[in-house]
Design a binder for this molecule. Structure first.
Ligand SMILES: NC(=O)c1ccc[n+]([C@@H]2O[C@H](COP(=O)([O-])OP(=O)(O)OC[C@H]3O[C@@H](n4cnc5c(N)ncnc54)[C@H](OP(=O)(O)O)[C@@H]3O)[C@@H](O)[C@H]2O)c1
Length: 292
């Protein structure tokens, strides 16, 4: 019988790509969605995908979603209760006898002194390691797709994106490459990647000027990077909760100081092809950056 793989957060940026990457790989994909009305898009993606209701605030849905599951792609949302959610999902995996957990963490999760968000990722990693479940941890760098999710509106409407990272270079990764790695790990024997931690980055670290050039070339418009001072970024985040403002400002500081200007060869080693460049990302997503 084929494995049943539960993908948590299946409507999100990373997990929706994991669902796609698992299609046609001989496993049954169970896609965890917060509410049933979100299932239609996933079914359209692949009729063989089985959406399952999975709402972390309703524990009865959590245990039901894990019933009969062999392997799990576990992603915690960017929320203040992400550690509690991670632990809740790991407990459910253990109770239902899951044979493999692939956890989405973050690059530098164990760096010192580190950032708040990475301390939270590390807490979930440690809980998973102590659970006794066979696991693989994926620690991706910043997503190229952040230019759509966080900066997409200003790119489409003003032909510009604003960041407080100066001339810092960043090892952005395309989430399709994270998904390809996850699908590989979830469809090869568990022992092949058991208890491994993989740090995943794009092929090179790029400056924001290079990102702007890639977006300009792909869209045929001039898209500019506007470097803003940290105080302005903090001001723009005054409505955000404290933990989120702190996390984002810490990240911008790290980026500005070239703290994410390194790369690893791991994606290519695991999937036998190079990760997408920022230029390829911009080309592939150019319609989503179209002016509005
Ligand atoms: N962005 C980056 O550059 C970056 C880099 C490294 C690591 N990460 C890590 O990546 C993770 C975020 O991934 P992402 O961008 O793919 O997230 P995302 O697009 O925000 O998706 C989050 C998913 O979780 C679901 N969800 C949220 N709260 C839920 C709840 N209470 N019950 C059930 N489902 C719930 C969402 O469902 P709905 O669609 O219903 O809301 C969605 O499917 C975080 O752990 C972050 O730290 C991000």
């Amino acid at each position: 019988m084929s494995d049943t793989v539960l993908v948590t957060g299946a409507t999100g940026t990373v997990s929706s790509e994991v669902v796609k990457a698992l299609a046609g790989r001989g496993v049954t994909v169970r896609a965890g969605v917060r509410s049933a009305d979100k299932a239609a898009d996933l079914r359209a993606l692949d009729p063989a995908v089985q959406p399952v209701e999975l709402d972390y605030t309703r524990p009865e849905t959590v245990q039901a979603a894990f019933d009969g599951v062999n392997r799990v792609f576990l992603l915690t949302p960017f929320t203040v209760d992400q550690v509690a959610i991670g632990k809740q999902l790991i407990d459910a995996a253990r109770q239902s006898g899951v044979q493999q957990v692939v956890l989405l963490s973050g690059a530098g999760a164990d760096a010192q002194p580190g950032t708040q968000i990475n301390h939270w990722h590390r807490a979930v990693e440690v809980y998973l390691a102590q659970s006794g479940l066979p696991y693989t941890v994926l620690r991706p760098s910043g997503f190229m797709q952040n230019f759509l999710t966080y900066n997409g509106d200003s790119i489409r409407q003003q032909n510009a994106f604003y960041l407080a990272i100066g001339e810092g270079r960043v090892n952005y990764i395309d989430v399709r490459d994270i998904a390809a790695v996850a699908a590989t790990v979830l469809t090869t024997p568990v022992s092949a990647h058991q208890d491994q931690i993989y740090t995943l980055t794009g092929p090179t670290a790029v400056s924001s000027q290079e990102v702007a050039a890639a977006l300009s070339a792909a869209t045929g418009r001039t898209i500019s990077y506007v470097a803003v001072p940290e105080e302005a970024a903090a001001q723009a985040l005054t409505q955000a909760p404290d933990w989120m403002r702190t996390s984002l400002l810490e990240l911008y500081r790290l980026y500005k100081n070239d703290g994410a200007a390194w790369v690893t060869p791991t994606v290519a080693e695991l999937i036998q092809r190079p990760p997408h460049s920022i230029g390829q990302f911009a080309q592939d997503y150019r319609e989503q950056f179209a002016a509005s």
